[in-house]
Design a protein around this ligand. Structure first.
Ligand SMILES: [Zn+2]
Length: 349
């Protein structure tokens, strides 16, 4: 009978999974070497007066080395990074690791549950760093992320995808004037490497309200933002490339001793910008992701609801298609393509 009870208890726990510990702060010194530990980190309090938590996976290597942060889904509908982190950690042997991985596969918990980019108060968390201790809901949430996670890191990779209605190539954003950042970008299995200081591609600049990568740069933490394809899906062709790139990055940082996976050389861009429509209608973007376009090349056609062409849009200069609209429903000011300007181009803009 006793044996039967033990079996039942074991079966129950293996079915339910072992409950993770809630923590208010992340103390990496308390974790034993050669271990993988999972936690729920408290980052505020919900409407039921319960802790608001995010999932944390810590892999602590046997040997000392840097602390590498991997954060995904700060925009709640950008999910490929979750699968990349899970598979990467599954493949890792902590005994063979030097340093520590702090992974946050789902950093914007409330928005992930709502299948949406923005936080519950319609703010973009990735424009609010470093947050405010006594600010509004999103500012306080960001303040917790900044003080409890970012402050622990030596390096950061922030994993994104395109947003709703758009598609992205696999591309890296980083400040390539910092040699280590360029080095870590070059080992990614990416289509495009985009040199950018840390300001978002549209909207606010790298000022007070920073991106997570901008904040990392501000704090002296070398960081990359990597865009892995499309929103609200797990893309089977993108995820393995993401894992390869992050393993290469760890080898480059001497966190793993293995041979790097060879990656095809990516197109390097010195800058990029979006081209927008100036009229409403049905938008048909003709060019493909990663396509090289020439100055004056037709990139999109706008039609009315009777099927008649209203307007044609052309590339203002030579470049490469980093991202594009996939949503034909377009109001004036809608995005058409995200155009990257190659390092060796003479830029017209
Ligand atoms: Zn994003």
């Amino acid at each position: 009978m006793e044996k039967y009870c033990c079996f039942l208890v074991l079966a129950f726990f293996s079915f339910m999974g072992i409950a993770q510990e809630n923590i208010d702060r992340l103390d990496l010194t308390k974790i034993k070497e050669g271990q993988v530990k999972t936690f729920w980190l408290e980052v505020g309090n919900d409407g039921f007066n319960q802790p608001l938590t995010v999932p944390i996976i810590v892999v602590k290597g046997r040997e000392t080395g840097p602390v590498l942060g991997l954060t995904s889904a700060i925009h709640g509908n950008e999910l490929n990074g979750i699968a990349i982190i899970h598979q990467l950690i599954k493949d890792l042997n902590p005994e063979a690791l030097s340093g520590i991985i702090v992974a946050v596969p789902g950093i914007n918990r409330l928005s992930i549950e709502q299948h949406q980019r923005l936080f519950v108060d319609n703010q973009d968390l990735n424009r609010l760093f470093p947050g405010k201790k006594k600010g509004n809901r999103s500012q306080q949430y960001v303040w917790h992320l900044n003080t409890k996670i970012l402050s622990k890191l030596d390096f950061l990779v922030d994993l994104h995808t395109a947003s709703f209605g758009r598609a992205n190539s696999l591309y890296v954003r980083g400040d390539f004037s910092v040699p280590i950042i360029k080095k870590l970008a070059l080992v990614q299995d990416a289509d495009i490497l985009l040199n950018s200081s840390g300001a978002p591609s549209a909207g606010k600049s790298l000022g007070e309200n920073r991106t997570l990568r901008g904040e990392a740069a501000f704090q002296g933490v070398p960081a990359l933002t990597i865009e892995y394809g499309n929103p609200q899906v797990f893309q089977k062709e993108i995820i393995p490339r993401g894992i390869n790139g992050l393993k290469n990055l760890m080898i480059e940082l001497d966190m793993l001793s293995a041979k790097k996976t060879n990656v095809a050389s990516a197109i390097v861009c010195k800058k990029s910008y979006w081209i927008y429509t100036d009229a409403g209608g049905i938008l048909d973007v003709i060019v493909d992701l990663t396509e090289r376009v020439q100055a004056g090349q037709l990139v999109a056609v706008l039609r009315d609801y009777f099927g008649k062409d209203i307007k044609k849009y052309f590339a203002p200069e030579e470049g490469v298609v980093i991202g594009k609209s996939t949503n034909p429903i377009n109001q004036s000011g809608g995005r058409i393509i995200h155009l990257g300007i190659l390092e060796n181009n003479k830029s017209a803009k």
